[in-house]
Design a binder for this molecule. Structure first.
Ligand code: NI
Length: 172
């Protein structure tokens, strides 16, 4: 297993619609292991394959905290099959550094996916798990949190990012 580099906005891989995973080959198993390790190392509650530069419909999620344990989810070719309610809470993304924003989501979602052993399963999430599922599935469709905010907020972030990069360059 290895921690992979997390791709940062505005890398075009984050904008691409990811392709379905075909056969679950040893390479896919390695990718899954690496994504899990990368997610925990970040640390984050979810990671999608495009975030490690692989445009495939694959994501991992673990919303566990110190206080509360939850199962690690491996979602291959996930699809939303039911939604309910509404939720507005602050979100961040490992691929969009130094940015948080309120994002409107469904309060409850049911997703059908394949696990790493090829078994199809369904998972229903509420609150944080609902948000994580929607956030990671967004990544597979080339959507990031910046696509959920106003054009002005997005523009201000792009300017701030440019400034941060310039400061980094002059510091090194
Ligand atoms: Ni993200």
């Amino acid at each position: 297993m290895a921690v992979r580099e997390i791709v940062q906005f505005p890398n075009p891989v984050l904008k691409a619609k990811a392709k379905p995973v075909g056969e679950i080959t040893p390479e896919i198993q390695t990718l899954i292991d690496d994504m899990i390790e990368t997610m925990y190392a970040a640390p984050g509650v979810g990671l999608a394959a495009p975030q490690v530069g692989v445009s495939l419909r694959l994501a991992v999620i673990d919303i566990s905290s110190r206080e509360e344990k939850h199962p690690l989810l491996v979602l291959i070719n996930p699809e939303v099959i039911a939604v309910d309610g509404e939720l507005l809470e602050e979100e961040g993304c490992l691929s969009v550094q130094e940015f948080n924003s309120n994002v409107k989501r469904y309060a409850k979602v049911t997703v059908r996916a394949t696990d790493r052993h090829g078994q199809v399963y369904e998972v229903t999430g509420e609150d944080l798990l609902a948000r994580a599922l929607q956030h990671e599935l967004d990544h597979l469709n080339g959507q990031i949190i910046l696509d959920h905010v106003s054009p002005l907020k997005r523009e201000l972030y792009k300017r701030r990012l440019k400034k941060m990069k310039k400061e980094e360059e002059s510091a090194s």
